[in-house]
Ligand binder design. Structure first.
Ligand SMILES: Cc1cc2nc3c(=O)[nH]c(=O)nc-3n(C[C@H](O)[C@H](O)[C@H](O)COP(=O)(O)OP(=O)(O)OC[C@H]3O[C@@H](n4cnc5c(N)ncnc54)[C@H](O)[C@@H]3O)c2cc1C
Length: 372
């Protein structure tokens, strides 16, 4: 078959590779000038630093098959994400752990003492069935930690009060009673030595794949294909005819300096009067490299306009209702498969994106083998 794929991010590349390896002819279009989608990395010509152009990406997974898959196309270097936060004039360790608790309350608790202190003196035990993000935080961490580490950051990130967000956003107990400051808990974690775009270009490098960059999809493209895989925005496929699905977008204020600007890769800013959510210093994502210069991104979050890059799907009540309408429309569409973070309107980590693309292509190949 001749397969058309819209999007040369991880969803499009992994799907395209699987179908090309199965003998199909694959054409991939992307409106951007580069492959890699939002995972795109490129070296800064001035400093040589590998820059995560659309925001920092750390690979982490428990899925051994996905880990083997990415290691086929890139050499991974060990990398642990250790995030700090500046709040109320001090710097703390994240996720909130025993170090953070001891520093914040000026104590020297051991794990059990800290657990008892939080449960008995901080947590709001009158909340028995937390409904909102705020109630969940008050129930498990109490007002002091909530206001210092969760409230301001969440308001800036989502542009609304944590009372309007579902409790499910915050994990059941968002505290660690040990000194583990590894942001992710997954078994496999790392960073591709030559960046994500080199890895994704490797996935796309197959004689059965024809890649067209700088090429926005038009319906004329699909008329020449037997099947279309769409990893662009779900509402965009339908010309937003039912309305726009809401996203948050990010603005990155890029600046360069010499030496080490902040001493770590990610510094969050939880105070509500600081307008940015975090500053990332990209050379720290490649600790095996050394560069005299440095590249930082000051990151701001805001509502996504029509011309902005959609980053985080909002998925509150209004958006979920609209999503259900688009899903009904999509289900009636013949010869099209919607996939990826934009095509399914979900936040997906890279490992989940790869897993879903592998499973979707396997299902497609099994179905087409049966003539379905
Ligand atoms: C700020 C941020 C940080 C993240 N950090 C991490 C992290 O640390 N770890 C992690 O595992 N995951 C992270 N992610 C998630 C990661 O970015 C996604 O898993 C991944 O990008 C999903 O790939 P995709 O191919 O589905 O979508 P995308 O990467 O968005 O690719 C879709 C592609 O489709 C193209 N396209 C859209 N419409 C059209 C059209 N009409 N015509 C032609 N082309 C079109 C776009 O140009 C784009 O290149 C992060 C996401 C964000 C927003």
């Amino acid at each position: 078959m001749h397969i058309l794929i819209v999007g040369a991010g991880l969803s499009g590349a992994v799907t395209g590779r699987a179908l090309a390896e199965a003998g199909h002819r694959v054409t991939i279009l992307d409106s951007r000038a580069h492959a890699g989608g939002n995972c795109h990395t490129e070296r800064c010509p001035e400093t040589g630093v590998m820059v995560h152009v659309y925001g920092p990406h750390i690979f982490h997974t428990d899925d051994a098959q996905v880990w083997d898959y990415v290691n086929r196309f890139a050499r991974f270097r060990p990398y642990r994400n250790r995030v700090k936060t500046t709040a109320r004039g001090a710097v703390y360790s994240l996720p909130v752990n025993l170090h953070t608790i001891n520093q914040f309350f000026g104590r020297t608790f051991r794990p059990d003492e800290a657990r008892a202190f939080i449960e008995e003196t901080q947590a709001d035990r009158t909340i028995t069935d937390p409904q909102s993000f705020e109630e969940q935080a008050l129930r498990f961490v109490g007002r002091d930690l909530y206001e210092a580490f969760f409230k301001g950051y969440t308001e800036k990130q989502w542009g609304c009060s944590p009372t309007e967000l579902p409790a499910s956003i915050l994990k059941r107990l968002p505290l660690r009673f040990n000194y583990d400051d590894n942001y992710f808990a997954h078994r496999f974690q790392g960073m591709p030595e030559d960046g994500y775009t080199a890895m994704i270009t490797g996935i796309l490098d197959h004689p059965g794949i024809d890649l067209h960059l700088d090429t926005a999809y038009t319906p004329g493209h699909a008329s020449r294909a037997d099947h279309l895989f769409w990893s662009g925005p779900l509402d965009g496929y339908f010309g937003a005819r039912l309305g726009r699905l809401g996203y948050r977008t990010l603005d990155f204020e890029r600046f360069t300096a010499s030496g080490d600007w902040q001493g770590c890769a990610v510094m969050n800013y939880g105070d509500p009067d600081v307008p940015w959510t975090r500053i990332t210093e990209h050379k720290h994502f490649a600790p095996w490299e050394s560069h005299e210069g440095t590249v930082c991104y000051r990151e701001y979050s805001r509502a996504c306009g029509d011309e902005d890059i959609p980053y985080y799907p909002i998925r509150l009540v209004r958006e979920k209702a609209l999503l259900a309408e688009y899903e009904t429309l999509a289900a009636t569409e013949e010869g099209v498969t919607f996939l990826g973070r934009l095509g399914t309107y979900r936040y997906l980590d890279m490992d989940v994106t790869i897993r879903e693309a592998l499973d979707t292509s396997a299902a497609f190949l099994a179905g087409s083998a049966k003539g379905a």
